[in-house]
Ligand binder design. Structure first.
Ligand SMILES: Cc1cc2nc3c(=O)[nH]c(=O)nc-3n(C[C@H](O)[C@H](O)[C@H](O)COP(=O)(O)OP(=O)(O)OC[C@H]3O[C@@H](n4cnc5c(N)ncnc54)[C@H](O)[C@@H]3O)c2cc1C
Length: 306
């Protein structure tokens, strides 16, 4: 009989398994559907994994766009300092970059996966890959029967750590929601958050690959200064991802308009004066060629056309 069975070998599952062992659980088993653990961690932080930020719980909570207070109790158990201390103790060397973002010193997210897996196995966790859980039942004795193709296991406690619905190719396809529902849990409807946005405007898509720094993006979610990016389907980058959580809720009511201020440091009067000065410098120049000091080359065509 397994004491603690964890379904899903991602960030949460590996941490749960390690902590269950450290807290004294006897037999702990971790089941992962893929042939290796932590596939999603491998793509986080552009393959480097921004595993925490070196700041206080208060700051962490304040930077969660929606209902950050919900995370207070979790963060007070495991704050940034404890997270960094844990990885330090497990032998993963870390570094802190701009914005107090913490990464593995090697810049390799996969090193974090290997570290967590090795720690869990060293603590005695039994890891089983290629084991997709398809059914979760409660027996009359109040224990669990966990089964999939070719296996059926009994456990006293089960932790569902199958992830959300983002990047299903990494294995998180919503199985955990279905398993929880099969035991009678109610689900809050899932919705995308931290996602790029699509635009029907052809000029937006023609700018794919162009990134803008120090611009402000105004949307129904507010106005923020930072970086954004044009893609082959619309817009992305930190400003867009942050605003998307709020925008996604508004989209069923119709399209949302985003406004980009390319020169947030200049007032309208200052910008006007600046343009007149640029035009006056070379008076008989073609309009499009007069903007090259003001805007990135690729943006000029779009701005002139608009
Ligand atoms: C592009 C991208 C970049 C990100 N960058 C960062 C970052 O830099 N820093 C950061 O903190 N967060 C980042 N995140 C968020 C982070 O990846 C997630 O918060 C984290 O992976 C969630 O961990 P999890 O264990 O809950 O779920 P997952 O990592 O999704 O793990 C769930 C695991 O369960 C397995 N599973 C699913 N169903 C079953 C089943 N039926 N049986 C067995 N196993 C199953 C899956 O295969 C998967 O391995 C990023 C996310 C994305 C998509």
């Amino acid at each position: 009989m397994i004491d603690v069975l964890i379904i899903g070998g991602g960030a949460a599952g590996m941490m749960a398994a390690l902590h269950a062992k450290q807290a004294g659980a006897g037999h702990v088993t971790l089941l992962e559907r893929n042939n290796r653990l932590g596939l999603k961690i491998g793509i986080t932080g552009k393959g480097r994994c921004n595993l925490t930020n070196d700041c206080t719980v208060q700051e962490l909570v304040e930077n969660v766009p929606v209902n950050g207070r919900f995370l207070y109790s979790a963060f007070s158990q495991m704050d940034s300092q404890k997270t960094m201390a844990l990885f330090d103790q497990l032998g993963l060397r870390l570094k802190t970059e701009r914005g107090r973002r913490v990464f593995p010193l090697s810049d390799r997210a996969t090193e974090l996966v290997l570290t967590l897996r090795a720690a869990a196995e060293k603590a005695g966790v039994q890891v089983r890959t290629e084991s997709r859980v398809q059914s979760l039942l409660v027996t009359v004795k109040g224990e669990f029967t966990v089964s999939g193709q070719g296996f059926s296991l009994s456990a006293r406690n089960v932790i569902i750590a199958t992830g959300g619905l983002s990047y299903p190719v990494t294995g998180s396809t919503g199985d955990g929601y279905r398993l929880a529902q099969s035991l009678g849990h109610n689900l809050v409807k899932t919705r995308p958050a931290l996602v790029p946005l699509e635009s029907p405007e052809p000029w937006v898509r023609e700018l794919q690959g162009l990134s803008l720094k120090n611009v402000t993006l105004t949307s129904p979610a507010g106005c923020e200064l930072g970086e954004m990016l044009f893609t082959h389907y619309g817009v992305s980058g930190p400003l867009v991802l942050t605003a998307s959580g709020h925008i996604v809720d508004l989209l069923p009511r119709g399209p949302v308009v985003l406004t980009i201020d390319l020169k947030p440091g200049l007032s309208e009067e200052q910008l006007d004066a600046r343009l007149l000065r640029d035009f006056a410098e070379v008076p008989r120049r073609h309009f499009a060629n007069s903007l090259d000091k003001l805007l990135p080359g690729r943006l000029i065509t779009a701005v002139v056309a608009l």
